[in-house]
Design a protein around this ligand. Structure first.
Ligand code: GLN
Ligand code: ZN
Length: 794
């Protein structure tokens, strides 16, 4: 592959890139998770900072070569410099000096933060809590939330990004540095503790811009021709909710940055959704290029003023799904843009950080399925091809047709559309989504289960011990037979059931030892899914996940969890809760087919789960929990799209659960407590009991829940399982008193915030003992002085 510029530098007007194709970003974890391994070696003390820096530099150097081999050019800034050791939002915070005061000591005299310091901010240290972590737009990537105070002093503090640019340049690559743009940076930040009421980080935009200008000048001084500023917040209604005049804000930010002396050319990228009319203020500024997401967003109907002189970087290749693009259709969209603007560049819709490296590694996948897939490296090939075809439609016609043919092959392949599945779905009636009224169910469940006031339970998983992991590895390597492995799991379940009885929990679980990743587990046991071997993507920091690929119509060839749950039930006379993962969460944590609406796919998964619920019930399991921790994650970024999403996601949950008899108690579990925008949806799930995260926020959410008139069971978590700390009995008692002060006691359940699989037994056992003792104490208090139950204010 040539590394020459395709167009001679002199023939281009100033501000027009030489490239015809680019990607907005690339995986940072390394093809064999080298970044993860290097960081974890640093954290465990087996590597020092210098060794770790070398390992990360090696990942970067190999990325440059790879992208060049795949067809991006070495000398024209089409290769992004988008590495991050841990998280790109944290990197931005560190580079502009926004390190919280509790970590001031990790900042060197020169303003730099080394990898050890960066890790400390990301992971916390003793009493110094790490930066909060939260989901990045509607993806399963998590970023660290910067803390901004009215007095945070912004400046060019750490030049790690500039050094990485120079390192690449010395290696022969003129890259395009990528950083989080100033508007998004502040909109994603939160006010530091102690900030005055009403303060919002975005109020500091004018103070922040000079630091960005300084940073941009440093890149230019190091030789950068282009810098990419990512502004995904501009496509999200919730991120911009507090801004009164978004257009004016964008205009002022980019007027200021483009007026700064000594700046490189600027590409402003708006991935993850439709930029809509925010294209107008951006086009009106002097930025040189704008990247829009044409997978999620639409081709603009007309060109706003100022766009004609700019380059449009058109995200026509999906950056966060794994299917080969319909290249002919993508090329047509690129051609539609030509009348709107001076120059069109083919690109991915988002950074490729959300997809695995290379399909060629997946030699275990079905050959035909493999032919439908494009991971990061294949997507680079697609944009390169589209860029060439855009310049000269005749050159690559065969390759363009091949891309579209792969898609056509997928849509026609057996299993993608199954008559039996479609017929079952078409035959569903409205009543299949409805259970009896709650009062009837409640009465039936009370007599069937005979539970005390404030019943105690857990969220499902028990600690995944070293023995469990070894047994799983031994099974995978063939050292344990399937029978031996299942024998091991049954013994583990026996132990966990006996422990729960001894601790005195009311509703028991089997402990989920058979699942490592719950979505992967269900995917492995349902038809229509495939799982990969090396298909890792970054979830946060060094943590990677391997999302399954949902490629076809979904069916359940056999019961999945029934043998484990019934085995647990055979060991106790107490109720055992069956454990399923809900349809929305299965979709959110998989790569999903893109040939039909998500809601249709969700209904198929729901139908499979409905059969599982029926089989659990028939086997005598009277309580079934269907986890939906990702319900909020898929919430569309544009408010206008949210009602339709909530409709189909709620309907899918109800389809999965509404076949249950009145006496069967349906639980659900959500991994967060920010209920705001989804509270009606949670009510709409119509679960008999809903457990949520609440320990850290000290039950903050309960008054809102009561106010919303939520009348069914609610289990606000009383044990923060994200920390190894064992909550004292008094602490839990206090939380439960708070709970029964805002919600009628007969609705309250007592449980941890989430599953216990990441904890050890040393913490789990005392924590659960305290939980049971606290429930008993508050139960006794309630019996002693039957106070008037709080009446929800409506
Ligand atoms: N039942 C699952 C567990 O206990 C729930 C996990 C989750 O909410 N993410 O692990
Ligand atoms: Zn959870």
């Amino acid at each position: 592959m040539s590394t020459e510029n395709p167009t001679p530098e002199q023939s281009r007007p100033a501000g027009v890139p030489a490239w015809s194709a680019t990607v907005l970003g690339y995986p940072r974890i390394g093809p064999r998770r080298e970044t993860k391994k290097a960081l974890e070696a640093l954290w465990s003390g087996s590597a020092d900072v210098a060794t770790t820096e070398r390992a990360l530099a090696d990942v970067r150097a190999r990325t440059l070569r790879r992208l060049n081999d795949l067809g991006l050019h070495a000398h024209d800034a089409s290769i992004p410099s988008a590495f991050s050791a841990y998280d790109h939002v944290l990197d931005a915070a560190i580079s502009i000096g926004a390190v919280p005061p509790r970590f001031a000591d990790v900042v060197g005299a020169d303003g730099r933060v080394d990898l050890a310091g960066l890790s400390t901010i990301a992971r916390g240290r003793g009493a110094d809590a790490p930066l909060e972590m939260t989901k990045w737009f509607d993806t399963n990537y998590h970023y660290l939330v910067p803390e901004i105070a009215p007095g945070t002093r912004f400046r060019l503090a750490d030049d790690r990004g500039v050094r990485e640019f120079s390192e690449a340049l010395a290696d022969g690559f003129l890259t395009r540095p990528v950083l989080v743009g100033p508007v998004t940076f502040l909109l994603l930040s939160k006010p530091a503790d102690g900030s005055p009421e009403g303060f919002a980080p975005i109020d500091r935009l004018t103070d922040l811009l000079p630091a960005y200008a300084e940073l941009l000048a440093a890149y230019a001084a190091a030789g950068a021709e282009w810098v990419q500023l990512d502004e995904p917040a501009l496509v999200s209604d919730s991120a911009t909710a507090g801004v009164s005049d978004l257009h004016a804000l964008v205009r002022s930010a980019y007027d200021a940055l483009t007026a700064a002396p000594g700046r490189p050319r600027l590409l402003v990228a708006a991935p993850y959704g439709d930029l809509g009319d925010v294209l107008e203020p951006l086009a009106a500024t002097a930025v040189d290029a704008i990247a829009i997401d044409l997978v999620r967003g639409a081709v603009p109907a007309s060109a706003p003023d100022g766009l004609a002189g700019k380059t449009l970087v058109a995200g026509v290749v999906d950056g966060h799904n794994v299917w080969r693009a319909d290249l002919a259709a993508a090329l047509r969209r690129l051609q539609q843009l030509a009348p709107l603007t001076g120059t069109v560049v083919a690109s991915t819709s988002t950074s490729l950080l959300h997809v695995p490296h290379d399909v060629a590694e997946e030699t275990g996948l079905d050959e035909r399925l493999r032919g439908w897939l494009a991971f990061a490296d294949q997507k680079v090939g697609e944009v390169v091809l589209l860029g060439e075809a855009l310049r000269d439609p005749d050159t690559r016609a065969d390759a363009i047709a091949a891309g579209s043919a792969a898609r056509a092959d997928r849509l026609a392949a057996p299993g993608v559309v199954r008559g039996d599945v479609r017929e079952r779905l078409a035959a569903l009636r409205p009543q299949d989504l409805r259970r009896s009224d709650y009062a009837t169910r409640r009465a039936a469940q009370e007599s069937a289960l005979g539970l005390p006031l404030l019943p105690t339970t857990t969220i499902g998983s028990f600690p995944q011990t070293g023995e469990i992991r070894s047994a799983r590895a031994a099974r995978a390597a063939g050292r344990l037979s399937q029978e031996q492995y299942e024998e091991f799991l049954r013994a583990e379940i026996d132990r966990v059931v006996a422990l729960q009885e001894e601790i005195g929990l009311d509703v028991l679980v089997h402990g989920e030892p058979e699942r490592n990743d719950m979505v992967q587990y269900f995917a492995e046991n349902l038809d229509g899914f495939a799982v990969t071997r090396h298909g890792w993507v970054q979830s946060y920091g060094s943590r990677c996940v391997r999302p399954p690929i949902l490629w076809g119509d979904v069916t359940r060839p056999a019961p999945i969890t029934v043998p484990w749950s019934t085995h647990a039930a055979s060991r106790t006379s107490r109720p055992v809760k069956g454990m399923l993962t809900g349809p929305v969460t299965i979709l959110a944590w998989s790569f999903v087919r893109d040939d039909q609406p998500l809601g249709d796919t969700a209904r198929q998964v729901a139908l499979a789960l409905r059969d599982e619920v029926a089989d659990l019930e028939a086997a005598g399991i009277g309580v079934v929990q269907v986890d939906e921790p990702a319900l909020r994650e898929l919430l569309p970024l544009r408010r206008a799209d949210q009602p339709a999403y909530l409709d189909w996601s709620v309907a899918a949950f109800r389809l999965a659960t509404a076949g249950a008899a009145d006496a069967t108690q349906i639980h659900t579990h959500l991994c967060y407590s920010e209920f705001g925008e989804v509270i009606d949806a949670i009510d709409g799930l119509d679960a008999d009991v809903t457990s949520i995260e609440a320990a850290r926020s000290r039950m903050e959410v309960l008054p809102d829940i009561a106010r919303a008139g939520f009348a069914r069971g609610i289990g606000p978590g009383v044990h923060d399982i994200h920390s190894p700390r064992v909550p004292a009995r008094e602490e839990i008692t206090e939380l439960l008193r708070l709970a029964v002060a805002s919600v009628p006691a007969r609705q309250v359940w007592v449980n941890p915030d989430c599953g216990l699989k990441t904890r050890g037994y040393a913490e789990t056992v005392p924590a659960l003992r305290n939980l049971v003792a606290a429930a008993a104490e508050v139960r006794a208090e309630l019996a002693a002085e039957p106070v008037a139950e709080p009446v929800p204010a409506s």
